[in-house]
Ligand binder design. Structure first.
Ligand SMILES: NC(=O)c1ccc[n+]([C@@H]2O[C@H](COP(=O)([O-])OP(=O)(O)OC[C@H]3O[C@@H](n4cnc5c(N)ncnc54)[C@H](OP(=O)(O)O)[C@@H]3O)[C@@H](O)[C@H]2O)c1
Length: 316
């Protein structure tokens, strides 16, 4: 837990938000969970939100719910995108580049977690790495120029799980063919997302670009992440955690990503989220960032590999 929260004892809350009319936020996986709640709060302040979701039906339902709450003029749309399919990411990015003239923040929120057995995406990647890391790596690269023109931000939604796995990237077996484990493999993908963000900061600085990159986590939040596809013991544990109040609401889980998308005076080489018990709940602020997430050899190697795997050469 970090003492001296820069936002005071309550930490960051949406009460700090001003009016966001004229601002545009692009967010992945916003039909449910923390992403949906982030969308709600951004819309409540007059922002435009473009959701990048894999399910058309869930997106239509989410938009309908949001328009019921905020009125038919609420500026919320979606572009279909499946992060598990790199061609789908390319198509979605092209549509965003054609239709969205300004991106104040791209929020990399979508994820899958605790996938019971090793699954491989159509592009040949272990599914959690493919969706959570490679999909977002490609999306960020394809939207980077628009975010740069907008002097915008990239927000990576990570997880406390980054320190519960191998604490490094398993370059000799990225697909976990030999040691697949639902949680450790998820943690690996979330660490990869964080290491991407910190290396992106390095490259932006070296190229003298303006985009800011922030990393946050939602603590333990009552969303649909631990769903039907997760193994029974994990679901039972999660159910008990929710019932005993160890888990906060999905709305609270959205605060760190909204904060990182909107707040001035944040540090980039940092890690933000709930800073109370075990960083699962509590005031949103800066949390301790473990040094292995900044291992420069690993950052460089992961970047090079990710460019190769996604066939994307960043201009950085
Ligand atoms: N909840 C927690 O306690 C917790 C803890 C640590 C970190 N996190 C992180 O918080 C973020 C938000 O998760 P959440 O808890 O809000 O989970 P959630 O309720 O399951 O929402 C995840 C969102 O990601 C979307 N998604 C999944 N696979 C996708 C794909 N292939 N392409 C596009 N979108 C896809 C989901 O779409 P569908 O509805 O179609 O599945 C859903 O909209 C994630 O990055 C997660 O790793 C959550």
């Amino acid at each position: 837990m970090t003492s001296n929260n820069q936002f005071g004892p309550k930490g960051w809350t949406p009460e700090r938000l001003g009016f966001l009319a004229g601002k545009t936020y692009v967010i992945t996986g916003a039909n449910a969970g923390a992403g949906f709640e982030a969308t709600r709060i951004l819309l409540s302040k007059g922002a435009k939100v473009v959701m990048l979701n894999r399910s058309v039906d869930k997106s239509i339902a989410a938009i309908s719910t949001l328009k019921q709450e905020f009125g038919s003029d609420a500026d919320v749309t979606f572009v279909p995108m499946d992060l598990a399919v790199l061609d789908s990411v390319r198509e979605a990015a092209a549509e965003v580049m054609a239709k969205v003239s300004n991106i104040n923040a791209l929020i990399c929120n979508a994820a899958i977690a605790q996938v019971v057995k090793q699954e491989i995406t159509v592009d040949g990647y272990e599914s959690q790495l493919g969706v959570n890391h490679y999909g977002h790596f490609l999306l960020c690269g394809l939207l980077f120029d628009r975010i740069e023109e907008s002097k915008g931000r990239i927000v990576v939604v990570a997880s406390e799980g980054y320190k519960m796995g191998l604490k490094t990237i398993q370059f000799d077996d990225m697909n976990w063919d030999k040691n697949y484990h639902p949680n450790k493999t998820y943690c690996h993908s979330k660490l990869a997302q964080m290491m991407f963000a910190y290396e992106l900061q390095n490259r932006i600085k070296a190229a003298n670009k303006k985009v800011k990159v922030y990393v946050c986590h939602p603590g333990a939040s009552n969303t649909s992440l631990i769903g039907k596809k997760v193994n029974l013991p994990t679901r039972i544990t999660w159910f008990l955690m929710v019932k005993t109040g160890m888990v906060q609401t999905a709305e609270q889980g959205s605060y760190p990503e909204i904060m990182c998308s909107t707040e001035d005076n944040l540090k980039q080489r940092a890690y933000y989220g709930p800073s109370g018990r075990w960083n699962w709940v509590g005031p949103v602020g800066e949390c301790k960032l473990e040094s292995f997430a900044l291992d420069q050899d690993v950052l460089t190697k992961l970047w090079t590999l990710s460019e190769q795997e996604t066939s994307l050469s960043w201009s950085l």
